[in-house]
Ligand binder design. Structure first.
Ligand code: DQA
Length: 137
């Protein structure tokens, strides 16, 4: 089984970015642990700060992956284009947010993605990615 994790803008800064909200672990550190926890599946990772690159990767993943874990970062709240791509592809997409967006600013409380995703995991820290992988398995 092949799964793809996609992180959107600013998530390359995990570890140093607002650690009181997003924690002190880098995603690369966490990914190694995640891959060790699920040795029988391939978990690939892609991060981009660019909307079009995320769209291209989702389109490519359509043919290559059986499930996608997507943290779109701030594009979650702005991108109809990424939403349309999620709706257009076959593999189930689980939306993940590290922080509890419902306990934060009002503009974070609307997601363009949720309605076209299989489900949403919010506010459980990096653990949300592991739960999404377990679900997709
Ligand atoms: C985030 C929440 C978004 O509102 C924010 O723009 C992010 C990270 C999260 O994982 O909690 O970049 O998606």
């Amino acid at each position: 089984m092949k799964l793809l994790i996609i992180n959107g803008p600013n998530l390359n800064l995990l570890g140093t970015r607002e650690p009181e909200i997003y924690g002190e672990e880098t995603f690369e550190e966490y990914l190694l642990i995640l891959q060790q926890e699920f040795p029988t599946i391939t978990i690939n990772y892609f991060q981009s700060n660019h909307e079009g690159e995320i769209i291209d990767k989702l389109q490519e993943a359509n043919y290559d992956y059986e499930g996608i874990v997507l943290n779109g970062g701030a594009y979650t709240h702005t991108s109809i284009a990424i939403r349309d791509t999620i709706a257009a592809i076959e593999p189930p997409v689980v939306e993940v947010h590290i922080s509890n967006v419902y306990a934060r600013e009002a503009f974070r409380q609307h997601s363009y993605f949720s309605a076209v995703c299989e489900g949403v995991i919010v506010g459980l820290g990096l653990r949300g990615y592991e739960l999404a992988v377990r679900y997709l398995m």
